[in-house]
Design a protein around this ligand. Structure first.
Ligand code: FUL
Ligand code: CA
Length: 495
């Protein structure tokens, strides 16, 4: 009997992918690539569109930043209704709500033991009110998650800029993280230090942004109290500021990120190179995806004079594409008014964008395609390309290691008409793909309709014109590790 060399043997066995319906068993998942998301970050990636509520004494004084000397009685919403507010957020598809529990003026919207400057000393609900309780209860009841914004800068606190204040700030966080159920996200603002009331001193106080708060210790405390919460600041550790307040991530936006300070050197909340935050760092050491915070109005707080300046549903949809459509989070601020309700104009804009989003993304028009993959990992069913169309982020198409340039072809019996393409990568395995192109078959050749680099948790390509095709392909042009793509969607933007 002739013995075959290993090379000849391999040649004699047909490539597994060429054998129809003979799926192999027990192929290992691709090895994770680079920095990876935590369990909390994976949950965060699913939120995509969620609300910020800027609400405090500023709502009644027509200010954006309170000085810190305001009388607590100024806080007097006449018809505060947490369930009504949350109901509007839920109706437009938002998945969570983050409340300014304390803004820079130091007024606490919950009955804190750490300061007198709170709802306890306001006549609103005879000092028995608790905005944090009502919003968090309403959120939970409606199936939304709840997050807290707690300003590190406190223009009311006499102790601000001394070590005692850092303890007070931690005590405030401890109250919020232990008395209001599961917290989804904790927001540390980057605005730190400057003029303030400071218990009557009325002076300017500056702090060293890199050292004063001893952030690592605070974050460790948060982890102990709410292990699944993600922590946001200019530099993470879990979610990073996108570097602007316009709600826009860069077209290429990596979830990995190595923050650097404004002038180089170490970064910290309030000291970061914001331009870099828009893009992140390819192959950065940590998974710190971007969050795009933007207000539905020019200001963060409600002002009568801005009632006519609420963004339109189309503008909000644009922002959705430029944030959630680039792998980032879309944190849209909708500030309650002096009644303690969302203003009618804001409600109309929310419902408008909610409707556009729902109608646009209701159905993946690619479903029903005949799919052919240039390579399927281990010829295993677990990694087959059909997973791209099942609407489930947890199932994905992957290739063999080494098959980093690969393609999927979709064919339909009738032409599919679309102008929006959405891709998702299996981010549990890291951010892998570096370059891809989507092409349609026209006449007798392929023509590119969209190209991109980062995919991540969600990447949307919006085309200038509608396209119709009976045949398309997705080509992964560059990926340092076998691609792992969980979704491919085609949509027609609702009019
Ligand atoms: C900024 C703050 O100074 C604004 O008032 C607002 O809260 C925004 C979300 O963050 O840094
Ligand atoms: Ca899938």
């Amino acid at each position: 009997m002739r013995t075959l060399s290993r090379r000849q043997l391999l040649k004699a066995i047909p490539a597994a992918s060429a054998i129809p319906f003979a799926w192999a068993a027990n192929t290992a998942e691709p090895a994770p690539y680079g920095a990876l998301p935590s369990a909390g970050q994976l949950l965060w990636h699913e939120k995509e569109f969620y609300a910020f509520l800027h609400f405090t004494i500023n709502t009644f004084t027509d200010k954006e930043w309170g000085y810190g000397d305001e009388d607590p009685n100024l806080f007097h919403p006449t018809a505060f209704d947490a369930e009504a507010i949350v109901g509007h957020l839920k109706a437009c598809g938002m998945k969570s709500v983050m409340l300014t529990c304390k803004h820079h003026d130091g007024f606490c919207l919950w009955p804190t033991k750490t300061t007198d400057h709170s709802v306890m000393n306001s006549k609103w609900r005879a000092g028995k009110g608790d905005v944090v309780r009502e919003i968090s209860d309403a959120a939970r009841k409606a199936g939304l998650r709840f997050g807290v914004y707690v300003s590190p800068w406190d223009r009311n606190a006499a102790s601000y800029a001394t070590p005692a204040y850092v303890e007070m700030y931690r005590a405030q966080l401890r109250e919020l993280l232990t008395q209001y159920g599961p917290i989804d996200e904790i927001w540390h603002d980057g605005a730190n230090g400057g003029d303030g009331f400071y218990g009557g001193a009325r002076e300017k106080r500056n702090i060293d942004r890199n050292t004063y708060y001893d952030w690592p210790r605070t974050w460790e405390m948060i982890r102990g109290l709410q292990p699944n919460a993600v922590i946001f600041s200019d530099v993470g550790p879990d979610i990073r500021w996108v570097g602007n307040e316009r709600g826009i991530a860069n077209e290429t936006c990596w979830a990995t990120y190595d923050p650097v300070g404004d002038k180089g050197g170490p970064a910290s909340p309030g000291n970061v190179n914001a331009k870099q935050s828009m893009t992140g760092t390819r192959n950065g050491a940590k998974w710190i995806p971007a969050e795009c915070d933007v207000s539905i109005r020019p200001g963060w707080f409600w002002h009568e004079k801005e009632n006519a300046k609420v963004k339109t549903p189309r503008q909000l949809l644009d922002l959705y594409y430029q944030s959630a459509g680039r792998g980032a989070g879309f944190l849209l601020n909708v500030p309650p008014d002096q009644r303690g309700l969302l203003h009618e104009n804001d409600v109309a804009a929310l419902s408008g964008v909610g409707d556009l989003l729902k109608r646009t993304f209701a159905r993946n028009l690619a479903v029903g395609a005949k799919i052919t993959a240039s390579n399927t990992r281990g010829a295993n069913k677990q990694f087959r390309a059909e997973h791209l169309l099942d609407g489930n982020r947890a199932t994905y198409w992957a290739t063999d290691d080494g098959a980093t340039e690969s393609e999927i072809t979709f064919e339909w019996k009738k032409p599919v008409t679309f102008n929006v393409i959405r891709l998702r990568e299996e981010v549990r395995l890291g951010q892998r793909v570096e370059e891809f192109v989507v092409e349609v078959w026209q006449d007798s050749g392929w023509s590119a309709v969209g190209i991109g680099s980062s995919i991540g948790a969600g990447r949307i390509l919006r085309l200038d014109h509608e396209k119709s095709a009976t045949k398309m392909r997705l080509r992964i042009l560059r990926s340092p590790a076998a691609p792992a793509i969980s979704e491919f969607g085609l949509y027609l933007e609702a009019s």
